[in-house]
Design a protein around this ligand. Structure first.
Ligand SMILES: Nc1ncnc2c1ncn2[C@@H]1O[C@H](COP(=O)(O)OP(=O)(O)OP(=O)(O)O)[C@@H](O)[C@H]1O
Ligand SMILES: [Mg+2]
Length: 772
């Protein structure tokens, strides 16, 4: 046949087992040309692509070449597209071959204008590739090869990498951004870990990233490439090694995961295992005082649901139960398990006081947008547009979005819902994800509509939505009640009704709190506590804290001991009693500061509190520290100027301890302070002016409620907008007909946009009033 083998470039390394051809051509009077990855063994046994080229060469007639369809695609414009033939080739079966004219092999041509650029080279290497492949059949080896390269190339494409070469057991990729290269390396490791959980043969790679100037002339002579290849030898299985420059240029996120290698000062190691695609939301990261106890049956339901999720089906699990029964804790334990397995955890909660539209989704998505790698966001925006920025403006700060005019009404909202579903799909496609939505009994109607949309529209995505709510707070008009009724027939929804811990569960909890096995007396006490509070874990905790604070239980060298006294241990009857007693044990100033904070809300700004508190800064800070130590406030692990009560019942108890006049006056003070601050929050202002009652200001309630309604309209939260306009209508001055008409028109507009039938009667009322 007289053929010789040509490739655009010689193999990059002398190990002899790799080649890096975009195409392979058999030269001679006739030609065969095939394209693909080529693996060349040391002993000259050629890979599949080379064999294809040889067979095509043999099959071609004089003066006419044959090429595979892939080769024609690689050659692009250089080859005239002729109709293809199916040829039977020895050993290869039926192959689609395209006749081609006198040869048009594409060689890499030096670009006419060479522009040096900064870039990064990522090199991957499959660890123990020979040993992995040896016991496999040809088909098995091919399947493994496809999985390996499929995962690497998928990641590379998502991060806009350009494949320079296939090394047989790895890829050489170029990236225009160092951060993209490092993010891609981390994503590859994560992708392979995910693959390994399901596969018989584990794929582990080592990777290296080197940055530097790329001349664009001859890629094999580029210094970053040579450096990346050399560095790779230093990486262990599952590790990423960076050179100094890559380390300096990459994102903080990757830098946080870096460890130095003293033995090789030129190389820095990124321990990718510590690096999640998205970090744990702070609310989920806060440490718990008492270890998790009981709930075996519920955890089994979750384990089953998660199994389905990892296999690619979405699931929703709705947990209901009374206050303090452990809904949030159960959701948190599930989320932590997901995180440990490498998944993404998203978290949002509905607030009682502030009807921020789509509040839990906004919280969850803000965290996501703040932390997703830029290439992922860029691709998301390319695919789904920038509609999400309407409720998460943070998106604008992360990425440039083409200006879009959102369509009003139901269509605009559908586009927003699709954009949210799209982002969740993109993220869950990268890592199985869990989205925890807390306190749905306070959800605004927009949130429940969105929830319904997601449960129905996301089916084949590894996403688990965990929602929790208190059923007592739902009447038949509650938007969540309607949503749950609508979703009754859906296959992918599970329900858990949480009841109190049984005796073993409470013994488990007390054991966790004590940190050691319980003696006979303590087990008996746990039994009594279970009996008193029906195993409600919140109550169990509060009773234990009360017992410790009143020295009914004492710490000794041997661990927890019940105090010995003539009095039998008294367990307070109600949770309010326990909490009031615990608050009363705090100092005067602490109590006063906390009561003021309770008027601001469940979550409060330190600055607002300081401004309206009668105490100086040190006293307020000390008071808050005491309250955190007494577990009445959350420990703000990354302080952003806001504090939150540990539980709504603490806030309520403190709030109600203030007399009605003090309460009203404090609301007024808060409202006045908020008005003077730079950022006006109309919904909050309307709430405080309204709660100020007799010392409040109805005109202001009306004005701010109208502003809040308009803001909600801008966020496509039509139900919330309607509710604000209704508040405004309730407070508008009776004589002020023009404002009343204006508000009715606004209300009707919100109702019509949100698809609410009431809009016709609202418009009729406006028309009647105008007519009069
Ligand atoms: N199984 C458990 N083991 C140990 N502690 C638990 C358990 N379940 C709940 N707790 C603790 O009990 C307290 C109340 O639980 P949690 O906040 O989860 O209740 P909840 O049902 O979400 O209440 P709410 O409806 O008020 O939000 C928390 O401090 C929580 O850590
Ligand atoms: Mg909760």
């Amino acid at each position: 046949m007289g053929a010789s083998w040509r490739s655009p470039r010689p193999p990059p390394r002398s190990t002899g087992r790799c080649g890096s051809w975009h195409g392979v051509r058999a030269e001679g009077s006739t030609s065969g040309f095939a394209a693909g990855d080529v693996v060349v063994a040391e002993d000259d046994r050629f890979g599949l692509t080379v064999v294809e080229a040889a067979r095509l060469c043999a099959a071609a007639g004089p003066g006419v070449g044959l090429a595979t369809r892939a080769a024609v695609e690689v050659a692009g414009g250089d080859v005239e597209a002729s109709p293809s033939d199916q040829l039977e080739l020895k050993g290869l079966g039926s192959v689609e071959a395209v006749p081609i004219g006198p040869m048009l092999v594409r060689r890499p041509t030096a670009p006419t204008t060479v522009r040096p650029r900064l870039g990064a080279i990522l090199v991957t290497d499959l660890v123990n590739s020979t040993r992995l492949v040896a016991p496999l059949s040809r088909e098995g080896a091919e399947a493994l090869r496809r999985s390996h390269f499929g995962i690497l190339r998928g990641v590379s494409d998502r991060h806009r990498g350009r494949e320079i070469a296939n090394l047989g057991d790895g890829l050489v990729l170029e990236f225009a951004s160092v951060t993209s290269a490092v993010e891609a390396a981390m994503a590859m490791h994560r992708g392979l870990t995910r693959h390994n959980r399901r596969a018989d043969v584990e794929l582990v790679v080592r990777t290296s990233v080197a940055a530097g100037e790329l001349s664009g002339l001859d890629q094999w002579d580029e210094p970053p490439l040579a450096r990346s290849l050399a560095l790779q030898e230093l990486a262990g299985a599952g590790e990423i090694v960076l050179d100094e420059l890559a380390l300096r240029l990459t994102s903080d996120r990757a830098r946080e995961a870096v460890e130095s290698r003293p033995e090789h000062p030129e190389a820095r190691l990124v321990r990718w295992k510590h690096t999640h695609l998205v970090p744990l939301p702070t609310q989920m990261a806060a440490p718990q005082r008492v270890g998790f106890a009981g709930r075996e049956t519920e955890m089994e339901v979750f384990a089953k649901a998660w199994g389905a999720v990892v296999a690619g089906t979405s699931k929703a699990v709705v947990v209901s139960g009374e206050a303090g029964i452990g809904k949030s804790r159960l959701s948190k334990e599930v989320a932590l398990g997901v995180f440990e397995a490498g998944g993404v955890v998203l978290h949002g909660r509905c607030g009682e006081e502030l009807a921020i539209p789509y509040q839990p989704f906004v919280q969850a998505l803000e965290h996501l947008i703040a932390h997703l790698p830029e290439p992922v966001l860029a691709q998301y925006v390319e695919q789904y547009g920038g509609a999400l920025a309407q409720i998460v403006p943070e998106l604008h700060r992360r990425i440039v979005i083409a200006a879009e005019n959102p369509s009003p009404g139901v269509d605009g909202r559908l586009a927003l819902f699709e954009a949210i579903a799209g982002l969740l799909k993109v993220v869950a496609g990268l890592e199985p994800s869990v989205l925890v939505l807390e306190d749905l009994h306070w959800a605004d109607p927009g949130t429940t509509l969105l929830l319904k949309h997601l449960v129905r529209s996301i089916n084949d995505t590894p996403l688990m939505i965990v929602g929790n709510f208190r059923p007592v707070a739902l009447d038949e008009h509650h938007p969540l009640a309607a949503t749950l009724a609508d979703l009754r027939g859906e296959q992918n929804i599970e329900r858990i009704v949480l009841t109190g811990l049984d005796e073993a569960g409470v013994v488990g909890m007390v054991t966790e709190a004590a940190g050691h096995e319980l003696d006979h007396d303590a087990i008996a006490l746990a039994g009594r506590i279970q009996h008193e509070c029906g195993g409600n874990p919140f109550m169990v905790n509060e009773i234990l804290l009360h017992l410790v604070e009143t020295q009914g239980v004492v710490h000794t060298d041997g661990g927890w001991k019940l105090a010995t006294g003539s009095e039998p241990l008294r367990i307070p009857a109600s949770v309010r009693e326990v909490i009031s007693q615990r608050i009363a044990r705090l100092g005067e100033i602490t109590q006063s500061v906390l009561r003021t904070a309770a008027v601001i809300g469940m979550v409060f700004d330190f600055d607002v509190l300081l401004a309206i508190s009668r105490h100086d800064e040190d006293d307020v800070l000390d008071a808050l520290d005491d309250a955190v130590a007494a577990a009445l406030l959350w420990d703000p692990s990354d302080f952003d100027g806001r504090f939150s009560f540990g539980h709504a019942v603490f806030q309520k108890t403190l709030y109600e301890e203030l007399g009605p006049t003090r309460r009203a006056r404090t609301h007024r003070q808060i409202a006045e302070h908020l008005e003077s601050s730079a950022q006006v929050r109309p919904a909050e202002l309307a709430r405080h002016w309204s709660a100020a009652g007799a010392v409040g200001d109805r005109v202001k309630v009306c004005e701010y409620a109208q502003l809040a309604g308009e803001a909600a309209l801008g966020e496509l939260a039509y139900e919330a907008a309607a509710s604000h306009f209704r508040t405004a209508l309730e407070t508008v001055d009776l004589g002020d007909e023009s404002t009343r008409i204006d508000l009715l028109l606004h209300l009707g507009g919100a109702q019509r946009a949100g698809g609410m039938a009431a809009f016709t009667s609202t418009f009729q009322q406006a028309a009647a009033l105008a007519h009069d």
